[in-house]
Write a new protein. Structure first.
Length: 308
């Protein structure tokens, strides 16, 4: 026999679990009162989210495969100054980018043009990146979303299994503020509520990312969008060099609000199973394993190897 009396709170949560499709939310937003599909239920919002090639992932550097085709990228018009609109879209902060900046090289099949960028973060500068490296979660992650140059909208690009290329950058805490981020950080104060937007005058993609010579070390794998519809059409690139931001700068992101007025924090999806996928690394990524080999080789050369 099932108990006939269910505590009211439990009943409302059960009801939530039963309400199939609907809006999706991050784990940080889920409460019994707020009925939304947290990441384990995103497949109710879109069945793609239960697919086999999902993102983000944890990169186990020891298991990455060195790939000499992962040459440096060519960034074109990345330094072009543009006027954008920065918007609180209810899940993140997103900036639309004129389709003039492009990337090629990096073993991409063709030229891709930048469409938008957005970020994922934690709580007051705590862990908040989507991808993790050897289990380490960085405070924030930038996604610059690109589509193949022949497409004019992301929806079309997402129907091509290689239609989208996302460049992912991690952030690290630095002692001093990163002045190149002032326009973005200052704008956050005017978009605290959902659909809040303001213009970003004179900004370039170059000013948001590390210098080009620091972008030769990266990881590559095939995955998906990290929000519903979770479409598996993304060539992922994760750069090793993080972007510095001060604690104060990181904290400003936590002042944004979800549409229910609660702090917009924990805007990351948990890492997803690899399901046999390979993660590649560019030649210049130095892994722990390769540095250990190097030390062993040097020790041998110096006659320091163990002799029994
Ligand atoms: C910006 O917000 C205004 C209302 O404040 C709205 O009318 C407009 O559509 C928004 N723009 C964008 C790009 O979301
Ligand atoms: C960028 O590269 C230069 C030269 O390799 C290095 O000295 C510097 O520390 C790097 N910057 C970052 C942020 O890693
Ligand atoms: Zn993202």
């Amino acid at each position: 026999m099932q108990p006939l009396i269910v505590p009211a709170l439990l009943a409302s949560c059960l009801w939530t679990l039963c309400t199939g499709a609907g809006d999706w939310c991050y784990q940080s937003q889920f409460t019994c009162d707020h009925q939304c599909n947290a990441p384990e239920k995103w497949n109710h919002a879109n069945s793609n989210c239960a697919g086999k090639l999902q993102s983000p992932i944890n990169v186990v550097t020891r298991k990455t495969l060195k790939d000499d085709r992962l040459i440096p990228f060519q960034f074109s018009n990345y330094e072009q100054i543009f006027r954008g609109t920065i918007k609180n879209n209810g899940h993140s902060v997103q900036v639309g980018v004129p389709h003039i900046s492009t990337i090629s090289g990096g073993d991409l099949p063709t030229i891709y043009k930048a469409v938008q960028f957005h970020l994922h973060w934690g709580h007051n500068g705590g862990p908040g990146s989507e991808h993790t490296i050897d289990g380490e979660q960085y405070p924030m992650e930038l996604h610059i979303v690109h589509m193949k140059h022949q497409y004019t909208d992301l929806t079309t690009a997402l129907s091509d299994p290689e239609g989208v290329a996302v460049l992912g950058f991690f952030y690290e805490r630095s002692k001093s503020g990163n002045r190149k981020y002032d326009p973005v950080i200052n704008a956050l104060r005017s978009i605290t509520t959902t659909n809040g937007n303001t213009s970003l005058s004179s900004i370039s993609l170059t000013q948001l990312i590390p210098s080009e010579q620091n972008l030769t070390s990266y990881y590559r794998y095939k995955g998906s969008l990290t929000t519903p519809g979770c479409t598996e059409a993304v060539i992922w690139t994760l750069f090793e060099t993080p972007i510095p931001l001060s604690m104060d700068q990181l904290r400003v992101f936590s002042e944004l609000k979800f549409h229910d007025g609660k702090p917009m924090v924990g805007t990351f999806r948990p890492v997803q199973p690899l399901n046999g996928r390979k993660v590649f690394r560019s030649g210049s990524v130095v892994t722990l394993a390769s540095s250990a080999l190097l030390i062993a080789a040097m020790a041998t050369a110096l006659g320091l190897s163990r002799s029994n």
